[in-house]
Structure formats: structure tokens, C-alpha cells
Write a protein that binds this ligand. Structure first.
Ligand code: IDC
Length: 456
């Protein structure tokens, strides 16, 4: 019995010892081969096994190291000018992107217009349209500085608009459409882009009185429109330009509005307020009546002007005032025969070249000593639509340019009709390159460049 028990005990001890030996971790080859030469043939990577070779004399052994597997982390990248912002799942070790999700749209470029070669005293300079964030140069173009920093505060001398040194100066500009319809263009990005594309030195801000405009809308809307005019002038000033505040009476839908006297009280209030607000601005013209028409006489226009001009002058004694006249501001004969007695005023003339071809309307009045400012024109029909009459328009420019008469084209918008310079509303309202322009915009731009000697 005793024998049996000791045999069983022996078996148990043997099993236990065996188990102990079996359970003990196999010693790493490295330990076993610590005095062998070790060469890492291939490091294990995330996806591929590694290999280590041990050699001693002619003997050699290899050890396979298992692939490590990816170490996944999540990373967020912000959007750039051209790339989406992403949530990326990637391996921290090998950098492999396993998956990603677009979480924010590209920001788009942030253009500034950088002087590369300065335009001094009318010389031709060079600018670049460049992204201020990523430095991408979108285009390089010639320009002429024809802004306020060059000509300074203007005044009227005989028939001429003259600069701070009494030299005749010509302003060439663009008008907004009705600010209550296309106010979105009154922002610095759009107006800067427009200025740079056209090399204009003047913007006209058209505040419609009727058609749900300034005199026919809620108080809240009225305030908004007022502020939009101010904002426009401030932006034009920042852009080194001149500005026209245009009291855009027209009578298109409200017959009474054909006569400036109809909204005279509102005009008085408006011009009093705005000339106080803009008293420090020497680059602003006040156009007190866009287009008297219908049965309005020059006597009506005169009566109106004689009330409005003193209000403007009380706050801004040296402001240049632009005075309209009957027949949609195309009657220069009446003011020529019976002018206002104020100094520092100019009479406005509007033409749409496909309709009005008689340039003697201007040449005769000018020869008679009338100071003229074309605050609105187009190359098409007077309804702001239809084909451009290139010959007639070119003839008008010859007449105006020869006399340094300033002019402003209708209009900065994507409205219906051939007189809107833009085909459609562009993404950021900041691209006035030819692909986005209607024929009128392209034509006017080319004309200005030729006038300033920027072609070629
Ligand atoms: C036109 C606009 C058009 C608008 C119309 C009525 O182009 O979209 O529907 O006014 O408000 C003028 C006016 C100017 C006109 C323009 C073209 O000063 O407001 O704009 N025009 O018709 N005088 C002659 C032509």
C-alpha cells in the first residue's frame, strides 16, 4: 500500500514539475542567442511582418516579428482656401489615412490688390490680385492711380471739374442699381473687386425714391437704405474713390415722382442729415434729382434746387452739387438759358446711346459755358435693355473725353436687361472678370482701359 502511495506521489510530482516547465514562458530567442550576432533584416511595420536573423559561425536562425497593426487616431484638419476641412482617421505610426469625412467647405481665397509697381502722377503701374491667406497670385494687371490720393478735393471752374491744383480732371465711374433691390453689392469686397477690374474712380449710389424705395417704404427699411448709402460712401472713400449720393427720383411707377417737388420735404430732410453725417468727406457729390420727367419744367427743377442746395451748403459749404433737368436729364438748353446762381454746381446729362445720338446737346451747352457731368449713361436703349449701339456709344465717348467731361455707367447688378454689367450673381460677388460680365460690362471696361492707356 505504502509503495502504491509513493508511486502515485512520484507521478504527481513528475506531472507538476512537467507542468511547471511547460508553463514557463519559452525564453526569447534573443536571450537564448545573446551571444549570437543579431541582424534586423526587416523591421515589422503596421502591415508587414519583421524579420531578425541570428548567426553564430555557420549556424543561423531567424525570428519572425508579427506585423504591428495600425494605431488608429482621429485628427481634424481645418478648411483651407481650396480644400475641405476634414475629420481624418489615420495611423499614428505610418500616417496611412484609413478614412475621412469632409466637415467644412473650402474657405475660398481672400483677395487683396497689391501694388507691385506704383502708379505715380498718372504713370502706368502694376498690381496683383493675390490671396492674402495662401499667397496665390490670381492675376497681374496694369493700373493708373486716378483716385482721391492723386486729385484731392475737387471743385468746379468754368465748365471744368478741377483737382486740388486746378487741373481739369475727369471722373469715370459706375452706378449701383437701386439700393433697395441690389444693395448686396454695397460691401467692400464687391466694390473693391469692381474698382480694380474697371479702374473706375467713382461710384454712384442710387437711392430710389419711389418703387418701394426710400420715400415709399417702412421706417425700418428707410433707415436701412440710409445706412446703405453711408456705407457705400465710406467704402468708396476707403478705396480712394469719389462718390455720388444720388436722389434717384424717376417716376417710373409713381407719376408724381417725375417731379422733384413731390418728395421735396423728404429730400430736404435726407440731404440735411446726410451732409451732416458726411461733413468730413471731401470726395462726395450730391446729385439732388436723378431724372425729372413728364410735365416737370426747368422752373420746377430750379425751385427745388434753390431749396435743397442751401441745405446742403449749410452743412458742407464746398460740396459739389449735381443738378438734374427735364426730359430725364437730357435738357441742357433750359439751364443754359436760365442757369442757377450757385457756384460749384454742375448740370447732369443722361444718355442711352442707342436712343440718343445727338451729341450736339452736350457740345453746344458746353461751348456755352455750362459745366456738365454725365451721371448716368448706357450704350443701349433708354429702357436699359436691347443691343449696344457701339458706334453711337463710341461717338459719345469721343465727345466727352475730348472735353474731360466725367461720366458714370448704369449699372452694377445682375438685373434683367443689357445695362446690368453682370450676367448673374457670382458666388462671393467679387468677380468682375469678363467671363462674368455682360457685353456692356466688357465694352465699358475695355473703353476705360483704352482711355487710361492700359491696353497692350
Ligand atoms: C431702370 C433699371 C430697371 C428698372 C427701371 C425702373 O435698369 O431694372 O426696372 O429702371 O426703375 C434711367 C434711370 C434708371 C433706369 C435706366 C434704364 O435713371 O433708373 O434703370 N434709365 O431704364 N434713365 C434712363 C434709363
Amino acid at each position: 500500500m505504502m509503495k502504491k502511495i509513493s508511486k502515485l506521489l512520484l507521478i504527481i510530482i513528475c506531472c507538476f514539475t512537467f507542468l511547471l516547465i511547460g508553463c514557463e514562458a519559452e525564453p526569447a530567442i534573443d536571450d537564448d542567442y545573446h551571444n549570437w550576432d543579431k541582424v534586423v533584416v526587416k523591421e515589422a511595420t503596421c502591415t508587414e511582418n519583421g524579420l531578425i536573423r541570428y548567426t553564430k559561425g555557420s549556424d543561423s536562425r531567424e525570428e519572425v516579428i508579427d506585423a504591428l497593426g495600425h494605431d488608429l487616431i482621429e485628427e481634424a484638419t481645418g478648411p483651407t482656401c481650396t480644400e475641405y476641412g476634414k475629420k481624418v482617421t489615420k495611423c499614428s505610426r505610418c500616417g496611412k489615412v484609413i478614412s475621412y469625412q469632409n466637415v467644412a467647405s473650402p474657405l475660398g481665397h481672400n483677395y487683396i490688390y497689391k501694388v507691385v509697381e506704383e502708379s505715380i502722377d498718372g504713370s502706368i503701374g502694376k498690381k496683383q490680385k493675390v490671396c492674402e491667406v495662401c499667397g496665390m497670385v490670381e492675376s497681374e494687371y496694369k493700373y493708373v492711380n486716378n483716385g482721391y490720393s492723386r486729385f484731392g478735393k475737387l471743385h468746379v471752374e468754368g465748365t471744368d471739374l478741377v483737382d486740388k491744383d486746378n487741373n481739369p480732371v475727369q471722373l469715370i465711374g459706375l452706378s449701383t442699381h437701386g439700393l433697395h433691390w441690389y444693395g448686396e453689392y454695397v460691401n467692400e469686397v464687391s466694390l473693391a473687386a469692381c474698382k480694380e477690374a474697371f479702374n473706375v474712380n467713382l461710384f454712384r449710389f442710387s437711392l430710389y425714391t419711389s418703387e418701394n424705395g426710400y420715400c415709399e417704404c417702412s421706417e425700418k427699411k428707410k433707415e436701412e437704405l440710409y445706412n446703405r448709402v453711408l456705407e457705400g460712401v465710406r467704402i468708396a472713400t476707403k478705396l480712394d474713390m469719389y462718390a455720388i449720393v444720388d436722389w434717384h427720383m424717376l417716376g417710373e411707377e409713381n407719376d408724381n415722382d417725375k417731379n422733384p417737388l413731390y418728395y421735396k420735404e423728404q429730400a430736404k430732410e435726407f440731404f440735411d442729415r446726410i451732409t451732416k453725417d458726411l461733413a468730413d468727406y471731401d470726395n462726395v457729390f450730391y446729385e439732388i434729382m436723378n431724372e425729372p420727367c413728364g410735365k416737370t419744367t426747368w422752373a420746377d427743377c430750379k425751385t427745388y434746387a434753390e431749396e435743397i442746395i442751401p441745405i446742403i451748403r449749410a452743412n458742407k459749404p464746398d460740396a459739389i452739387v449735381l443738378v438734374g433737368n427735364p426730359k430725364w436729364s437730357s435738357d441742357l438748353v433750359s439751364p443754359k438759358n436760365n442757369p442757377l446762381s450757385f457756384t460749384n454746381i454742375m448740370y447732369t446729362f443722361h444718355f442711352y446711346a442707342a436712343d440718343i445720338k445727338d451729341t450736339t446737346k452736350v457740345t453746344k451747352a458746353y461751348a456755352a459755358g455750362l459745366p456738365i457731368f454725365v451721371t448716368e449713361h448706357g450704350g443701349m436703349d433708354a429702357d436699359g435693355d436691347g443691343a449696344l449701339d457701339r458706334d453711337s456709344t463710341a461717338k459719345w465717348y469721343q465727345v466727352l473725353d475730348a472735353r474731360n467731361i466725367s461720366y458714370v455707367a448704369w449699372n452694377i447688378s445682375h438685373s434683367k436687361g443689357s445695362s446690368a454689367i453682370l450676367k448673374a450673381k457670382t458666388a462671393n460677388l467679387d468677380d468682375f472678370s469678363n467671363t462674368n460680365l455682360k457685353e456692356w460690362g466688357i465694352y465699358y471696361k475695355a473703353h476705360i482701359k483704352a482711355r487710361l492707356g492700359l491696353n497692350g
